[in-house]
Design a protein around this ligand. Sequence first.
Ligand code: K7E
Ligand code: CUA
Length: 651
Amino acid sequence: MRAARRRGMWLLVMAIAATALLNGCSLQEENATASPAAQKVYIAPGSYDEFYAFMSGGFSGQVSVYGLPSGRLLRVIPVFSQNPENAYGYSEETKAMLETTHGFVPWDDAHHPKLSQTNGVADGRWLFINGNNTPRIARLNLATFETDEILEIPNSAGNHASPFLTENTEYVVAAVRFSLPIPQKDVPIASYKENFRGSFSFIKVDPQSGHMAIAFQILMPGLNYDLAHAGKGPSHGWSFFTSYNSEQANTLLEVNASQNDKDYIAAVNWKMAEELIASGAGEEMAGEYCHNYLGADRIARSEKLNGTKVLRPQDHPGLVYFIPTPKSPHGCDIDPSGEYIVAGGKLATVIPVHSFSKMLKAIEAKDFDGELDGIPILKYDAVLAGEVQNPGLGPLHTEFDGKGYAYTSMFVSSEIVKWKLGSWEVVDRMPVYYSIGHLLIPGGDSRQPWGKYVIALNKITKDRYLPTGPEITQSAQLIDITGEKMQMLLDFPTVGEPHYAQAIPADLITKNSVKYFSMQENTHPYAAKSESEARVERNGTDVHVYLTTIRTHFAPDNIEGIQVGDKVYFHVTNLEQDWDVPHGFAMIGAQTTELLVMPGETRTIIWEPKRVGVFPFYCTDFCSALHQEMQGWIRVSPKGSNVPLKFGTGV
Ligand code: K7E
Ligand code: CUA
């Protein structure tokens, strides 16, 4: 028995040794390469990273911000999910940001961050990201690192092919992954082919304020529109969307939507759509949606809007074309020149690359291969620029280094494949651990990549990190791409599952960074802009506490005359006018969260006392040496008691 076990162990050791040999990699070799790699990611204590990376949190619904090349986590920016750390989605000022036509929705699944662009280059002003589940687009302000606006998309479900920006951020584009009856109606699911449609939404972005407004929608056949990118340079004016399920199956899609050899990329001439809308074309379609935004007083508001202009491609020849693309394509990526459209055919054996100029010629020559719902299907060979042969298994997404090379993630074979634009030959491979989804090169989907690193965004890490129960972290891997061969530099864990990510040179962000909010410009109606304005006001059972914070006390810090059954609003104004001095506020029994109040701002939570007694509140952010002393008490008396309302510093 024991001998057998020992023999088993021996075989295992042999097997591991053999694997190491096969991989051409021993521990010694790994250690030998570790030191130069470590140097490339080492940022000395106190020094800044070269790039910011913004990563989607996937099912966390948030955006996380990293420094590159160190892989240090700098911040999590709450977007579609409540965040107790800073009361986003809990405080009275931010709750409206999560309103939808389905009511208050405190979570979503966020996939694709996209930096705003000017002339096809990231400009560091805003970051857009999609809510996939309850279709929404958020706009983050990169001066404050907070969510400024969330727009719900009507006539949509599975808002996955979004948000993809045109090259001057004229439009944010969003498409439907899960087709649905548009407008919604009660029909049998089996009537999919007849009743289900997709939509492409074009959302206008105000060039100064960034405010979003739905300009128009294009009603599409009922396919699954998966990903998109807008054209650039010569192809500016067009947007491209991959689709799968050209079978239009409504059950067991894993089999039924994988029948056809080719699905499509939809090519949309949005300049033409814009002209059509300007000349009065399109019909008005009802459809409610919420528009939520942070006002100048830093309070979020939610307005309900209704109706969009809708264009039907059948009525407007030239508006949309289908390009056949093998097979259930996923990623849809345009190279920096704007000529090549790369599809990641997740079940395909090649990476197909379409040519924009050939597409225009094929359209002119009417090189069609039938139509789908009145939309012409172009001939595959008439549009194809080339195919990357034997790239690996499961190509998903492609980014570009600006030096003539493309990098494609291979989900099934867990690798990044580097190939040459024009000759389509594979020139290098890098194994990644494991099951890579998206990948990212700073500026790698723009006209100007900063092609220093590629980052693998991995779904599964198995044995790469210390075990943390049934779920092990998802992770990123940083790879140097400055040489001919890729060089693995660093593994670092991510927050949630990163689908897409974006990165940008740090100085494009830091130059606009807000250090504190000006107290003079605080127009919050419940602000107490100095300690002399701090007070408590009763209005029936509503009690408004105008509370101020400054190192290291609250004003008032003694409050009496509160009664069981009151609704107490704590309006906390942070009087500090200095960088990096937030104060916190926590009230025992409050059923929301703490508050974290930035210098110069006012934030509110509600407390409903249920018991008689004297209750403490305190600051949750270690703000100075006397932070522990930053506290106060509230006396709660029975309902109808004649204890008078009193407040101050010592009452
Ligand atoms: Cu994860 Cu872009 Cu939602 Cu591919 S998608 S991996
Ligand atoms: Cu204020 Cu701690």
